[in-house]
Ligand binder design. Structure first.
Ligand code: 6LW
Length: 521
């Protein structure tokens, strides 16, 4: 027995899906425009999650070109059947509905390799897959209603999956439009069968303050589904914005080896006002059953700060994704790049990377020279040691990224005479504003340490000059302008190394000698 602290995965790990095989749980979350995509975690106690790989981790597996921020991979579902892992997901391109769509991938080892996508040829988002005990498989998902009664009314559709051909077959059934009339986006649907009854879990109200989890049940998989009269069965929407956890929704259920039931779900932790820079995180909630219905967080009715897990060892080892501190080496599974794999952007070199400059900037819907880590802690230092022989107009340094329209840069640049400056810039809503600058002395290609010190909503941008001279603050960026409450979209913040030639042809290769991620407290 052990007390497990929520969230179990801090930082931008939204839309969690979970399944258990034997004594081992596997969990996958959404990754949008970042690659590698869809991290796979393993746990035996639901508390400490070790990342074992990614579902999308090789060139050509999916095409991300032109996919703007907060497009890309949404809401996966992971299931295991007859020795095979099945993953269904959606590749979203907001500009072009005909591109991407819902797909299925398979693997015998969840750490990979995963297959190429098998496109399902259906529209909408948030696909899920259910294996019935009669051997039949069913895919379901969410889509906008063709003739809606209210704005963003959606419906959960269901079709049978032929496991031999991986094609959808037979008639389509519409199961559910949400528990509350007028609620937007009945999404993240998952079907389960418990004691002979079919249960449909879905989130609704949008993935912000009104998010909620509802449940319906039926005698047959195709319905009719009848909602629980107590719906929503878990939400924090009635608590207002001034609480520690908001936006509770998008749950998936699993059962422990001891028969206990659990939900993983997403929620956000606002701080420094109503802003949640860490994004939508993964939480764990106990579930019991009463009168044939699931009860989430029984006796409490909200996401607990700590959860008692009977089969977790005491004390629980630190969550793999939350406790690591120090140099993040190139082999670390936390590294991600934008619209391309890290290996397409940089080459490992010692503790760091060789990072060729690209003409692309972070503001372009393209592949930038950016290698990033999720901000998983409110108070954290991210230190980037860079060196490069820069041509005029080129830059290398660090970035705090929300999207192409919203990010903060702290970079070394060179002017025509070869003098170097450190410049802090805030791109907000697509408009760049210089926050501060500092002249750099020392050798033109000497290493410079750039640090972002996140303290609550202050993002202090600091340079430690060549020769270990003392730290100087170049500017302090306001984190309240960077989270999705301020910018829209679905993501938390990423921090990491960045370089660009600002649109010019270039052959400059920057050295990122080291990146450290050091949480405080
Ligand atoms: C996802 C939907 C949601 O498709 O947000 O909170 C969307 N839930 O289910 C993007 O993560």
């Amino acid at each position: 027995m052990s007390l497990v602290a929520n969230p179990v995965l801090p930082g931008c790990y939204p839309d969690p899906t979970v399944c258990r095989v034997g004594d081992t749980f596997y969990l996958v979350t959404s990754t949008f425009e970042y690659l590698p995509g869809l991290p796979v975690f393993r746990s035996t106690d639901l508390a400490s999650w070790e990342q074992v790989g990614h579902v999308v981790d090789r060139p050509g597996q999916l095409d991300y070109s032109g996919i703007a921020s907060s497009g890309g991979l949404y809401a996966p579902t992971l299931r295991h059947h007859d020795g095979v892992f099945y993953l269904v997901c959606t590749l979203v391109d907001q500009r072009d509905d005909s591109r991407g769509g819902n797909f299925l991938m398979t693997a015998t080892d969840p750490a990979g390799p995963w297959s190429d996508p098998h496109w399902l040829g259906v529209s909408g988002i948030d696909p899920s897959i259910f294996f019935d005990d009669d051997g039949r498989a069913w895919v379901h998902g969410t889509r906008l209603v063709a003739e809606p009664e209210w704005y963003h009314q959606t419906e959960v559709w269901l079709r049978e999956l032929d496991l031999a051909t991986l094609e959808l077959v037979g008639p389509e059934h519409v199961l559910w439009t949400g528990a509350v009339r007028g609620a937007v986006w009945a999404e993240g649907p998952h079907l389960y069968k418990v004691d002979g009854t079919y249960y449909l879990l879905a989130a609704e109200g949008g993935t912000e303050i009104h998010h909620a989890i509802s449940v319906a049940r039926a005698e047959t998989v195709t319905g009719p589904y009848v909602g629980n009269k107590g719906n929503p069965v878990l939400t924090h929407r009635h608590l207002g914005r001034g609480v520690d956890v908001v936006g509770v929704g998008h749950a998936d259920l699993t059962q422990g080896p001891d028969g206990s039931w659990w939900a993983v779900l997403l929620a956000m932790r606002p701080y420094g006002g109503y802003h949640y820079n860490l994004g939508r995180e993964t939480f764990l909630v106990p579930v019991t059953w009463e009168d044939g219905w699931p009860v989430f967080a029984p006796g409490v009715g909200r996401v607990p700060a700590e959860v008692e897990v009977p089969f977790a060892p005491a004390p629980v080892p630190g969550a793999a994704q939350g406790a690591t501190s120090g140099v993040v080496e190139p082999g670390d599974l936390r590294w991600t790049a934008v619209r391309a794999l890290p290996s397409a952007v940089a080459t490992p070199c010692g503790e760091g990377w060789e990072l060729p400059l690209r003409p692309t900037t972070l503001a372009d819907v393209d592949v930038p020279s950016f290698l990033g880590l999720r901000q998983q802690h409110r108070d954290v230092d991210v230190r980037v040691v860079v060196a490069a022989d820069l041509a005029p107009g080129e830059e290398v340094g660090l970035a705090v990224r929300q999207s192409e329209r919203d990010h903060v840069l702290l970079v070394v640049t060179a002017d025509e005479g070869g003098a170097r400056r450190v410049v802090a810039t805030h791109v907000h809503g697509g408009v760049a504003t210089q926050l501060g600058e500092l002249r750099l002395d020392g050798a033109a290609d000497g290493a410079v340490t750039l640090v972002v010190q996140a303290r609550d909503q202050d993002y202090r941008l600091v340079v430690v000059g060549t020769g270990g001279s003392s730290a100087t603050t170049v500017a302090v960026a306001d984190g309240r302008t960077l989270d999705t409450v301020a910018t829209g979209g679905f993501l938390g913040l990423w921090m990491g190394a960045y370089a660009s030639s600002g649109g010019r042809p270039t052959s400059t290769v920057a050295r990122v000698e080291r990146v450290e991620y050091v949480p405080l407290g």
